[in-house]
Ligand binder design. Structure first.
Ligand code: IPM
Ligand code: MG
Length: 357
């Protein structure tokens, strides 16, 4: 039976970049790829239409399909909604309902873009690292959480969250990370804050124990503050990094920028069976939405990741990645990677990828 994808364009530049990924998908369909898809509303645009960022119909479509391709969500207008109704909450609910605990965020530098990095080309040339971020636990979901009032302190308000990980949550993300390290350079760095946090002490202990099952993988541990520094000092020392939800959120943005543009990077969020949601690492960029200048390549590369990881179709994924590389060879650049030079529109880049396919 044909595999089925649910497409969620989302907010901001989401619709523009997704239109280009759909062009690529349709080109592959025309050359025989047996995949069907449907689009659903998600995020602030869904709230405008239905009163909910994650309408029931969208949630059901996500539960029933084989993989999800997401654009981006959020924007300043939606920051005024009550916290529980905001697009970000919808995204977190989707991640947790589908148990997408394993978030793969590759940071690889296309050689054509070495000059776009904010670091010296020799520090980043050939960069290819993978950050594994735990995505359904930690301080993002820990209870108790809230904003409360302390009567004993003259009704001063205080905010609080809980960073919590169970052994089983750490074990499953550790297995994901070791398996990915086995497919790559066999080096895994686990990032924590075990010098201060008990939750990190347990994290380190459990990751170390899981490591015994992967004797070929060289495991190291690093505190998160040092990891942030090492990422901008000598990023090529890393192969695979595994870390908790919050640390991974921060480190993956820093790692993304090493590659010159966050506009180039795809990501995958997988459940235990490999079902996944795929999305560009960048956000909804409301400041440039509707102008047709956003970079569609991260979304197109997310489609490649979807085919590779959820549908086991390495050959279609390779085709897309090679087409993207060809477009970069041709010198076509969206504004974010043009380094001040001439820039091409979102649609022109999508069309060029389809041509190169
Ligand atoms: C990300 C984003 C999200 C996160 C936001 C939009 C909730 O920053 O995917 O990295 O913090 O996880
Ligand atoms: Mg983030």
């Amino acid at each position: 039976m044909a595999k089925h994808i649910t497409i969620l364009p989302g907010d901001g530049i989401g619709a523009e970049i997704m239109a280009e990924a759909v062009k690529v998908l349709e080109a592959l369909q025309a050359s025989g790829l047996d995949i069907t898809y449907e689009q659903q509303h998600f995020g602030g645009t869904a709230h405008d239409l239905t009163g909910s960022c994650l309408p029931e119909e969208t949630l059901q479509a996500c539960l029933n399909c084989d993989a999800i391709l997401l654009g981006a969500i959020g924007g300043p207008v939606y920051d005024k909604l009550p916290r529980d109704e905001r697009p970000e909450r919808g995204l977190l609910k989707l991640r947790s309902t589908l148990e997408l605990f394993s978030n793969l965020r590759p940071a690889m530098l296309f050689p054509q873009l070495a000059d776009a990095s904010s670091l010296k080309p020799e520090l980043v040339a050939g960069l290819d690292l993978m950050i594994l971020r735990e995505l359904t636990g930690g301080i993002y979901f820990g209870e108790p959480r809230g904003i409360a009032t302390d009567e004993a302190k003259g009704n001063e308000r205080y905010g609080f969250n809980t960073m919590v990980y169970s052994e089983s949550e750490i074990t499953r993300i550790a297995h994901s990370a070791f398996r990915i390290a086995m497919q790559r350079g066999k080096r895994l760095c686990s990032v924590d804050k075990a010098n201060v946090l008990e939750v990190s002490e347990l994290w380190r202990e459990v990751v170390t124990a899981v490591g015994v099952e992967y004797p070929e993988v060289e495991l190291s541990h690093m505190y998160v503050d040092n990891a942030a520094m090492q990422l901008v000092r000598a990023p090529k020392q890393f192969d695979v990094m595994v870390t908790s939800n919050l640390f991974g959120d921060v480190l993956s943005d820093a790692a993304a920028m090493l590659t010159g543009s966050i506009g180039m990077l795809p990501s995958a969020s997988l459940n235990i069976d490999g079902k996944g949601m795929y999305e560009p690492v960048h956000g909804s960029a409301p400041d440039i939405a509707g102008q047709g200048i956003a970079n569609p390549l991260a979304t197109i590369l997310s489609l490649a990741m979807l085919l590779r990881y959820s549908f086991d179709d390495a050959s279609s994924a390779d085709r897309i990645e090679q087409a993207v590389s060809k477009v970069l060879d041709q010198g076509l650049r969206s504004a974010d990677i043009a380094a001040g030079g001439a820039s091409a529109s979102t649609a022109a880049i999508g069309d060029a990828v389809v041509q190169a396919l």
